[in-house]
Design a protein around this ligand. Structure first.
Ligand SMILES: [Fe+2]
Length: 591
């Protein structure tokens, strides 16, 4: 508390700190200001950089230093210049474009991402924002974990204190957000939208009223005071230039129309059932269950989403939830469920198997009934061109819908140590037998089939999600890293419906790598059905670094292919057969 108050007085003593644009539509916009508390500031917009013919408002900042000006009656698809100033003292300025009208069918690009590792001090180095700014997106959406204000006050399992209990602490978290030095590049050129996720809401993996503690000795939900949740929702509506919020008793969900695109920004925390309700202990063993009414969105928001998707007149409908939608994760939940040996295994970076199961219970796969009801609804009503955008997991990957249920772009590491989770999940079928031989485990998982971080590459850099819409023709989803490198990309054509079919784990006998352990060479035995076209094969080390590459064609299925490995250091390696539908991975130990 004392530290938070210290930060506040620091800001009071200073001048204009930040300004940016939000809640943009084709005819309206708001400008958010952070500056000297209680002081009047002039806020101005104009179509001209010299501010001729400007429209101006005088805004008195509140006692925390926040203020907002809003304009209606703007022209669509028009660049506006804005400035916030105190005459002959200081100025903050920038520009943005109003959105195109619903009938617009040209090219649109927007960007999103999540997870910026900072607490209450404004972040000083977030180079990803320079790359996003070069993209000049129509909109940037911060999908949560815009800072980790919860970490300083996290005291579970001793007590369930959360930063969101104190207004000053929440205010300080907004100060840090708005004063990040590199995000100013975005503020100056494009509008921003925001929805919190777990860490900037209450705690890691939090629900409406609880947050879980997950360790190797204790996995349990703890309740927090209900006013913490109310505080967070109130602060968002007071301090962020938001779109209309249909029901703040249920959270901050909202929708955005951008030409042929509609974006449904869900609040996946404030109405959520406790994650761990989907787990049940029988003795020492954890089982994944499907409790009735287990919901991530809550009934009001779910109805809002389904009605919205059904009645939307947009060609492309994007749904944003912090956590991954990918239905394929259910295979991993089910494999871990009830398997005591696997649950006791230590998994590098993930604790043990039981902790992995508890962690995955935060994703859509664990909200199986609700997830299936969404997919069924899309099918029943013939709702096409629904694309999921998710964040949260500190890594990035893409699926064309075969495994995820609908096409999904996950981009969750704007500035955060990469969790390698997509890589781990895609390779779980190879990793688990190697890490935990006693579990006698042999199953492969189909999760992300269109690439991602660590899937056929060793790129675990900071990254964001780039969405490009080519009118009604197609959508391209890309993961772009901090160097501007496109890590993975997928183009979708219209007409795609939700995939309800089960995912298809690869039968083990269609692709074999032996002997294990290997000494001088390994042999690759590949079924002809996997080599119907020239197919790249990568040899990677245990963290996905590519150390060898070749292309196999149909004749390589006639006899096992030999691969020299004598020069490799001892350790765990992967052979990745890269097919259109996704990577097939086998592991071997080199001695
Ligand atoms: Fe995060």
């Amino acid at each position: 508390m004392r530290v938070a108050l210290g930060l506040i007085s620091l800001v009071w003593a200073q001048g204009l700190r930040a300004g940016f644009v939000g809640a943009v539509t084709d005819t309206s916009a708001s400008i958010q200001v952070l500056g000297p508390a209680g002081q009047p500031v002039q806020v101005e917009v104009s179509q001209y950089p010299d501010f001729s013919a400007s429209r101006s408002q005088l805004v008195t900042l509140d006692s925390w230093g926040f203020g907002r000006a809003s304009w209606a009656g703007l022209l669509p698809a028009t660049r506006y210049y804005w400035r916030v100033y105190r005459p002959s003292i200081d100025t903050v300025a920038g520009s943005f474009r109003t959105f195109p009208p619903d009938t617009f069918r040209g090219y649109i690009r927007f960007a999103f991402g999540s997870c910026q590792a900072f607490g209450y001090a404004p972040p000083t180095s977030e180079p990803i924002f320079s790359v996003i700014a070069q993209d000049t997106p129509w909109l940037f959406i911060q999908c949560g974990d815009w800072g980790y204000p919860d970490l300083r006050y996290y005291r579970l399992p001793q007590d369930s204190t959360t930063f969101a209990q104190w207004w000053d602490t929440i205010v300080a978290s907004y100060y840090a957000r708005y004063q990040g030095s590199d995000i100013q590049r975005i503020f100056r050129i494009t509008p921003v939208d925001y929805v919190y996720d777990d860490h900037d809401y209450i705690n890691d993996n939090a629900s409406a009223a609880t947050s879980p503690h997950i360790s190797d000795t204790l996995i349990r939900e703890f309740g927090f005071p209900s006013y913490a949740r109310r505080n967070i929702i109130q602060a968002y509506s007071q301090f962020f230039p938001h779109y209309p919020l249909p029901d703040t008793s249920q959270g901050i969900y909202h929708r955005i129309r951008l030409g042929p695109v509609e974006i449904f920004v869900c609040d996946n925390r404030a109405a959520r059932s406790p994650d761990l309700n989907a787990l049940e202990w029988r003795g020492d063993t954890v089982f994944f269950i499907r409790p009735p009414g287990h919901s991530m969105l809550g009934s009001a928001q779910l109805q809002w989403l389904l009605d919205g998707l059904r009645t939307s007149t947009a060609t492309w409908k994007f749904v944003i939830t912090g956590v991954a939608f990918n239905r394929g994760y259910r295979q991993i939940l089910e494999a871990l469920s009830g398997n005591y040996t696997l649950q006791q295994c230590r998994l590098p970076g993930l604790g043990n198997g039981a902790m992995l199961l508890a962690g995955l219970s935060d994703t859509w796969a664990a909200f199986a009934e609700e997830q299936d009801s969404i997919l069924r609804y899309l099918q029943r009503h013939g709702i096409r061109n629904v694309i999921w955008l998710s964040s949260d997991s500190h890594t990035s990957a893409i699926d064309d819908g075969t495994n995820a249920g609908v096409p999904e772009l996950m981009a969750g590491n704007l500035r955060q140590q990469n969790s390698q989770l997509a890589w781990l999940m895609a390779n779980a079928g190879s990793l688990l037998p190697a890490i935990c031989p006693q579990a006698n485990f042999s199953q492969n998982f189909a999760v992300w089939n269109a690439g991602g971080q660590g899937l056929g590459n060793s790129n675990f850099n900071d990254a964001y999600g780039r969405v490009e819409v080519f009118g009604e023709d197609s959508v391209r989803l890309s993961i772009v890293d901090v160097n501007g490198t496109v890590v993975a990309s997928l183009t979708l054509r219209p007409g795609q419906a939700a995939a309800l079919q089960k995912t298809h784990p690869l039968p083990a006998d269609r692709f074999k790598v032996y002997p294990i352990p290997a000494q001088d060479r390994i042999w690759l035995q590949v079924d002809p059905s996997l080599l119907s076209e020239p197919t790249p094969v990568y040899l990677t080390d245990a963290v996905g670094r590519v150390i060898g590459h070749r292309t196999l064609s149909s004749r390589d299925s006639r006899a096992p292919v030999s691969w020299e490995v004598a020069s490799l250091p001892r350790g765990l390696y992967f052979v990745v057969l890269w097919r259109r539908e996704g990577p097939y991975v086998r592991s071997f130990l080199k001695e």
